[in-house]
Design a binder for this molecule. Structure first.
Ligand code: CA
Length: 376
């Protein structure tokens, strides 16, 4: 059996209400997915994280090296793609294209072998995972703090036991928001903060110290992603665990974070860091360094399904009877592509999601939703 078609598809979902984070506004969600087909009619789906039109062009670049390959040989295909662009793409968006194709090939493998991807990765260590709500973005409102508090309370009432809020508006405003949200949700709910690399070291340490009394579960991307040594200094000087990695790529990139002791938690995105083939290796590296992996996930239902399959298999060390479970990041911002594109739909029950056990990623694409959102 060989791969006979690699088709990138750009999807766009306009937002009713625009939102922003520390860097820019979103008025729509535009995402590139890829459909990989074999001569026997099997279809696999993958998704890349990042600017969709560029990922589409990059997928078109890689397609000739994927066509006529055996879809069961995911590593061989990965190597062909990587070596063909290594000279100019050691980081960045080309790797999102490789990731999308790689994840689609895993979906294909699962469907051909009639097994879920989690089994093919080595086995299902869990059938469900706790979900944290990635939420509390900034919106244009008369009272931002109050708006965020209301959102946090709704999330808590809908069963989430963990939630992540944005920071990066300035330390004073951030602290006001953190304090109000913590007060509203009570002490039991896990609360993370995410600056999307908005701060320099001096600002980050100031925010970390002042946020410590509010029991922050982790502080995500406080600093610019390339400040590996500053991340280490920050870790040395705050009790809040430091998380980063959504802007990092490949095992070599994550090895740099590990060697520099930059993070307590690594967050590779399965649609950018190199796909399931590479992120499994990144997770093994992290494990050897005693660092946790909780993938970054921010896209359509395909990205959610890919992360779920990965999380089913991931190692948690040290092992113990009541070991902590790995979290799925579930974006709660408005996004039709997450809610409508896959069947069965993304469904959270009491703060948890089941990991599909159907073949491949365990999902089907809703063709009506695909037609509705496809723009190229
Ligand atoms: Ca983030």
């Amino acid at each position: 059996m060989v791969i006979t078609n690699v088709e990138p598809i750009v999807l766009n979902s306009k937002l009713i209400q625009k939102f922003y984070f520390s860097q820019w506004h979103y008025e729509s969600r535009t995402i590139c997915i890829v459909k990989v087909v074999t001569d026997e009619g099997y279809v696999g789906w993958g998704e890349g994280y990042g600017p969709a039109n560029v990922i589409k062009a990059a997928i078109e670049f890689y397609a000739p090296f994927v066509l006529n390959q055996n879809p069961l040989e995911n590593e061989t295909i990965w190597q062909k793609m990587h070596r063909r662009s290594l000279d100019f793409a050691r980081r960045g968006i080309m790797l999102s294209a490789i990731s999308a194709i790689d994840n689609a090939i895993w979906d294909l493998k699962g469907k051909i072998l009639n097994q879920p991807v989690s089994i093919l990765l080595g086995g299902r260590k869990r059938d469900s995972v706790p979900v944290y709500a990635s939420a509390m973005y900034f919106t244009e409102t008369d009272d931002l703090t109050q708006t965020l508090v209301e959102e946090a309370v709704v999330l808590k009432e809908s069963g989430f036991k963990a939630m992540k809020m944005k920071v990066g508006l300035g330390i004073e405003q951030d602290l006001k928001n953190i304090e109000a949200i913590r007060k509203a949700i009570g002490p039991e709910i896990k609360l993370m903060i995410d600056a999307n690399h908005a701060y320099n070291y001096r600002e980050a340490i100031q925010l970390a110290h002042q946020a410590e009394p509010f029991n922050i579960f982790w502080f995500e991307e406080p600093l610019s992603p390339e400040e590996y040594d500053k991340y280490y200094e920050l870790r040395q000087n705050t009790s809040i665990p430091i998380a980063t990695g959504e802007c990092e790529f490949l095992r070599d990139g994550f090895l740099t974070l590990l060697k520099n002791k930059s993070a307590d938690i690594l967050q590779p995105d399965l649609g950018a860091a190199g796909g399931l083939t590479e992120v499994k290796k990144i997770a093994s590296l992290a494990n050897a360094y005693g660092v946790e992996v909780i993938p970054h996930c921010w896209g359509t239902g395909i990205a959610v399904a890919t992360a779920l399959q990965f999380l089913s298999n991931i190692d948690i060390t040290p092992g113990r009877m009541f070991a902590p479970e790995p979290f799925l990041e579930l974006d709660r911002s408005e996004n039709g592509l997450r809610e409508e594109l896959i069947k069965p739909a993304v469904q959270v029950e009491d703060g948890r999601m089941k990991i599909p056990n159907k073949p491949g990623l365990g999902i089907e694409i809703d063709e009506d939703a695909l037609r509705k959102y496809a723009i190229s």
